[in-house]
Design a protein around this ligand. Structure first.
Ligand code: SF4
Length: 222
C-alpha cells in the first residue's frame, strides 16, 4: 500500500519542473530504503553529483560514512530508515538549495512523510534542520543536534532529532570524546534506543571499536 502511494508521488516528481533544478537534473533522487519496514525518515540536504547520476540519495563517500554510522548504532539502512532530501533534483555545483526551491519541492517531501508515517524524523545537517525549525542567531547545529524536538508536517507532530551531515564528518576525522564523529555516534545510538528499542538486527555485525578505526572510507580521507 505504501509502495503504491509512493509510486504515484514518484511519477509526479519525475515529471516535475516546478523549479529551475528540473532543467539541469539527470535523474530525480526520490528515496532510498524499505517503505514497508522503515520507522525513521532521514532527511538530507540535496542530491550531489553521484546521487544525480544514480538516482539514489546518500551514495558516494558521505553516503558510505552514513551507512557505517547507522550500522554501528544498530540501525539498518535497508530496513529501518527511509532516506530523502529537501529537494529531489541536484542544485548546480552542489550549492545549497534556495528557499524557493525547497518550497517548490515541499509537497513531495510532505507526501513521503505522510505515507511513511515514521516514529521519528532525523534531520541530517543544517539545511534539513532549517527546513523545519526556525533558528535564532544563537542556535547552531552544534547546539541543537542530539536534542529531541517536535516538528509538524501537514498538521501532524513527529519526534525529531538533528544530527550532523556526513559530509561534515568527512572533514573531521577525530573520534575523541566530544568530537563531531563521537557526537554522531552518540546521537544515532540514542535514536536507536528511543525509536527502535523493539528492533534487533542480528545481521548487523560491526564492532563499535573497529569500524571507524579500520574503515577504508576514513583511511582514504586522512
Ligand atoms: S527540485 Fe523538486 S520542485 Fe524542483 S523540479 Fe525537482 S522535483 Fe520539481
Amino acid at each position: 500500500m505504501k509502495r503504491d502511494c509512493l509510486e504515484i508521488v514518484r511519477e509526479k516528481c519525475e515529471n516535475c519542473h516546478a523549479c529551475a533544478l528540473g532543467a539541469t537534473r539527470n535523474n530525480i533522487v526520490f528515496s532510498d530504503g524499505n517503505p514497508s519496514t522503515a520507522k525513521i525518515v532521514l532527511i538530507g540536504e540535496a542530491p550531489g553529483e553521484t546521487e544525480d547520476m544514480t538516482g539514489t540519495p546518500f551514495v558516494g563517500r558521505a553516503g558510505k560514512l552514513l551507512s557505517d554510522f547507522l550500522a554501528e548504532a544498530g540501525i539498518s539502512r535497508e530496513e529501518d530508515v527511509y532516506i530523502i532530501n529537501t529537494v529531489k533534483c541536484r542544485p548546480p555545483e552542489n550549492r545549497v538549495p534556495t528557499d524557493a526551491e525547497k518550497a517548490s519541492c515541499r509537497k513531495f517531501l510532505e507526501a513521503q512523510i505522510d505515507i511513511i508515517n515514521p516514529r521519528a524524523i532525523v534531520l541530517c545537517g543544517a539545511t534539513a534542520l532549517k527546513s523545519f525549525i526556525e533558528l535564532d542567531k544563537k542556535q547552531t547545529i552544534s547546539k541543537v543536534r542530539g536534542q529531541w524536538m517536535t516538528v509538524t508536517v501537514d498538521g501532524k507532530d513527529y519526534r525529531a532529532m538533528t544530527i550532523f551531515h556526513p559530509s561534515y564528518l568527512l572533514r573531521n576525522h577525530s573520534m575523541e570524546d566530544g568530537s563531531p564523529r563521537r557526537l554522531m555516534q552518540e546521537d544515532l545510538r540514542n535514536i536507536k534506543n528511543e525509536v527502535l528499542s523493539d528492533v534487533n538486527h542480528d545481521s548487523i555485525d560491526i564492532s563499535a571499536d573497529n569500524i571507524f578505526a579500520n574503515s577504508s572510507e576514513q583511511l582514504s580521507l586522512v
